[in-house]
Design a protein around this ligand. Structure first.
Ligand SMILES: C[S@@+](CC[C@H](N)C(=O)[O-])C[C@H]1O[C@@H](n2cnc3c(N)ncnc32)[C@H](O)[C@@H]1O
Length: 260
């Protein structure tokens, strides 16, 4: 039997970074393509709201871009800043709420790749976030926002699992739907990390609430808030040459929101 770990999975940045950090390359290359294709002028300053461990930020920093990150979780920010320091970069990640922040200087591009936006469970929070992002990004800059939409013509994917290893550490993670209430726009997921080292097996279980979005619901949010236009649409294949249709089947979507 595993020993049970307390707290939130975001309180364990080492495990988070191992599970999600291994998938960085496609997202990273896609972001570089976005800088070339969709941003007017040069991209020099980039920002990640809900940056977590900053698995993409430090790599962008190593390309001599100015990087900034914000996250609610102080442990994730500590991990992120430690890694920025390790690479000789400024410790530019800070604790904050993505629904209520102001950056000292505008950025050219911001990105939020894997559903963090759906942690905002009310229309008001989502709209406040988009408003803050409108203040944070310069005109002609873009916000790259990746999220799982709820398809209305097919059944959404209900379970995902990953295995990640580094040295003697292995983390198996599983995410599955516990409940979906499309009326209240609420999806509840169970998530486990099973952590194996030569000295033992630990388990972390969390329930995560996400807000649901159909295509029209997301379009309305952006339209009503008014700072951005949906400029292009891609998916989690991260292929800049492939625009995808925003139809009733749309599920793993990356929006390119252009600051008006
Ligand atoms: C799925 S992780 C994503 C981390 C990172 N963006 C990445 O791609 O690896 C979600 C992150 O959202 C953060 N988060 C949740 N609600 C937040 C809020 N209101 N403001 C800032 N960060 C938040 C969590 O602390 C967590 O680090």
């Amino acid at each position: 039997m595993p020993q049970i770990l307390p707290g939130s999975l975001y309180d364990y940045p080492k495990y988070y970074d191992l599970v999600f950090g291994s998938d960085w390359k496609a997202e990273f290359d896609f972001l570089l393509d976005v800088f070339d294709r969709y941003t007017s002028g040069r991209t020099m300053r980039v920002f990640e709201p809900a940056c977590g461990t900053g698995r993409l930020l430090f790599r962008l920093g190593r390309l001599k871009l100015d990087v900034l990150g914000l996250d609610l979780n102080a442990k994730a920010i500590g991990f992120c800043n430690q890694r920025l320091r390790k690479y000789g970069l400024p410790e530019s990640a800070f604790v904050g709420d993505m629904t209520d922040f102001r950056l000292p200087k505008k950025v050219d591009v911001a990105f939020n790749m894997i559903n963090s936006f759906r942690h905002l469970t009310t229309t008001r929070q989502a709209s406040e976030h988009i408003r803050c992002m409108g203040q944070a990004i310069r005109k002609g800059g873009v916000y790259v926002l990746g999220l799982h939409l709820t398809p209305t013509k097919t059944e959404p994917v209900d379970e995902e699992s990953w295995v990640a290893r580094r040295g003697h550490l292995q983390v198996n993670s599983r995410l599955w739907t516990l409940d979906r209430d499309m009326k209240r726009r609420r999806e509840l997921f169970g998530m486990t990390y099973d952590i194996f080292t030569p000295s033992g097996h630990w388990q972390l279980y969390n329930e995560i609430e996400f807000r649901t979005y159909t295509v029209p619901q997301f379009q309305k949010l952006i339209r009503d808030e008014g700072s951005f236009a949906i400029h292009a649409v891609h998916d989690f294949a991260y292929d800049i040459e492939e625009d995808v249709e925003l139809d009733e089947y749309a599920e793993d979507i990356v929006f390119i929101l252009r600051r008006k």
